[in-house]
Design a protein around this ligand. Structure first.
Ligand SMILES: [Zn+2]
Length: 306
């Protein structure tokens, strides 16, 4: 199993006190720096190419993110999304990790699973704009790459971040080759994600309520989303792995523990094993309590290791 990351992902700086901090990625990497993860094949993420980004973003958006920001200055894109001098490089490496991971698992070699420990996260970024801490939509860039460069016809995206992946939904709204399955708290940022938002029948939104815990989360996946994912018979499973549904997370009110992330990961591995020759690529989204994030990401990776 591969682990993709890059030091440049620590260089995107939202400013003091911002929950999406470089310390998040540092905490994840520290948790994975342990004998238990010795089997991880650690690879430095390449940059995404412009043509790879343009499959899911428009020209103006790509130009806006790649504009060089002078040292010492920042550019505010919305209330909580910032461009700093290191942001363009971080965003290129984050999206590039996801693309490289797709190439690795579809390359016919021994790599079957990969985790991209990157930031900024991606699933709120729409075709036209950055929002919600997200610049490029990493998982969407990966899915589009699997369709365009590898000719896949059925790519599943499972998103268990506590926030709705509105950007991923927006990008694949009329793309029947991509099935997007999301559990998230509602109402909560960004406000979308109702079950009536179905795209071309390829969007599966399953909201949970504040206070819901492991039982309802597992029931929703086991009884509803996973059977529909199996019926789709994906050739590749992508995961928007946000860990902010953890009970300790400061930005939301679901009550999961790290063992629930091990559980859902094992179910998604099983999905990939049954239909996709085991091919699964996961990319880090949210998770804002550092200890909970580190423990949950470690449980996620452990469940992906054989
Ligand atoms: Zn989130």
């Amino acid at each position: 199993m591969r682990l993709y990351t890059h030091p440049a992902c620590l260089g995107h700086d939202n400013g003091p006190g911002h929950p999406e901090s470089p310390a998040r990625l540092a905490a994840v990497l520290r948790a994975l720096d342990h004998d238990r993860y010795a089997a991880l094949d650690r690879v430095e993420a390449p940059r995404a190419g412009r043509e790879q980004l343009l499959r899911v973003h428009d020209d103006a958006h790509v130009d806006r993110i790649l504009t060089a920001i002078p040292v010492g200055e920042v550019q505010r894109l919305d209330e909580d999304t910032v461009l700093s001098p290191g942001s363009a490089e971080a965003a290129l490496r984050a999206a590039g990790a996801a693309v490289a991971a797709v190439d690795a698992v579809l390359g016919g070699g021994h790599v079957r699973r990969a985790f991209c420990a990157v930031r900024p996260p991606g699933h709120h970024a729409t075709r036209e704009r950055a929002m919600g801490f997200c610049l490029f939509n990493n998982v969407a860039v990966a899915a589009a790459h699997a369709l365009a460069a590898h000719g896949l016809k059925r790519v599943a995206i499972a998103d268990f971040d506590v926030h709705h992946g509105n950007g991923t939904q927006d990008i694949f709204w009329r793309e029947p080759h991509v099935l997007f399955a999301s559990s998230h708290q509602m109402p909560l940022y960004p406000g979308s994600g109702g079950p009536d938002e179905r795209g071309a029948g390829n969007i599966l939104n399953r909201p949970l309520s504040a206070g819901d815990g492991p039982h309802l989360f597992r029931e929703l996946w086991e009884g509803d989303l996973l059977p529909q994912l199996h019926a789709f018979k994906p050739q590749l499973v992508l995961v928007s792995a946000g860990f902010d549904a953890h009970q300790r997370d400061p930005l939301a009110d679901l009550c999961l523990g790290s063992e629930d992330y091990a559980w859902i990961t094992a179910k998604l591995v099983e999905l990939a094993d049954r239909h996709a020759d085991g091919r699964l690529v996961s990319t880090l989204e949210g998770g804002y309590d550092l200890a909970a994030l580190a423990a949950s990401a470690a449980a996620h990776v452990e469940a992906m290791l054989d």
